[in-house]
Design a protein. Structure first.
Length: 243
């Protein structure tokens, strides 16, 4: 189907298209206060009772202040320190694990937004140490956000010199639902004929579309929800408009 035909078809039928909008609980917050990064200790937190609705995409950001409570880490971080700074000290580049974004073509829950492992050997205060931890965040089937630290190794953990532990004094993981409505290419909260030009822009210039609207076109534009935004979404876009 050509773009000229696309524009002609949807413009002709636009007056028949119902207005589609969506309202949702778009944010949930997980309190991380007193979560401890400690050898052989798994930790998890839930946003319950704060839930979030199913959606086609999510962003997650974790932030907070923490300090060492024992061992070398207490010497290294005796005062509250940003989590990002601590992670960068343990493994350069690992602060990127505090943020994540995911496309969810099914629009259903549960979903894991981020699941990454730190495994770093380094020297701290003249001692060879190793930190291993898997950091995960997502949303369970009931719509509650979760954050977890698992498979934790803080080595050495025996003898006179130990790596020790870190406690989060204050912090949170915020999960935000990307407010995509199928077909709402101009992100005004409605799906109608005013989305035609933005849809065409997204097909011809995806980077330009993202610059204009702040999100990749796949979130509202993957009409057939096959995990891709491409020409195969044209026919479904037209069909959705004329329903």
């Amino acid at each position: 189907m050509s773009f000229r035909f696309l524009v002609s078809a949807v413009t002709l039928a636009a007056s028949l298209a119902p207005l589609r909008t969506a309202r949702a609980d778009d944010v949930c917050v997980i309190d991380l206060t007193n979560v401890v990064l400690q050898h052989a200790t798994n930790q998890s937190r839930s946003s319950n009772p704060d839930d979030i609705d199913p959606g086609y995409g999510y962003e997650v950001i974790t932030s907070g202040m923490a300090q060492g409570t024992s061992g070398l880490l207490q010497l290294l971080f005796p005062q509250p320190t940003p989590l990002a700074t601590i992670l960068e000290t343990l493994q350069p580049g690992s602060s990127a694990l505090l943020e994540g974004v995911i496309y969810n073509p099914s629009g259903q829950l549960p979903i894991v937004i981020s699941n990454q492992t730190i495994d770093q050997s380094s020297t701290i205060l003249g001692t060879n140490v190793r930190v291993v931890v898997t950091i995960s965040a997502g949303i369970d089937a009931n719509g509650y956000g979760f954050f977890s630290l698992t498979d934790v190794q803080m080595l050495p953990n025996t003898g006179l010199i130990r790596l020790g532990a870190i406690r989060i004094n204050s912090g949170q993981t915020v999960i935000t639902r990307i407010p995509a409505i199928t077909g709402d290419m101009n992100w005004d909260g409605q799906f109608n004929n005013f989305d035609i030009d933005a849809f065409v822009l997204a097909l011809l210039d995806p980077a330009g579309y993202e610059t204009t609207y702040g999100y990749p076109p796949i979130y509202p534009g993957d009409i057939n929800r096959d995990g891709q935004f491409n020409n195969f979404d044209i026919d479904p876009f037209v069909a959705l408009l004329v329903q």
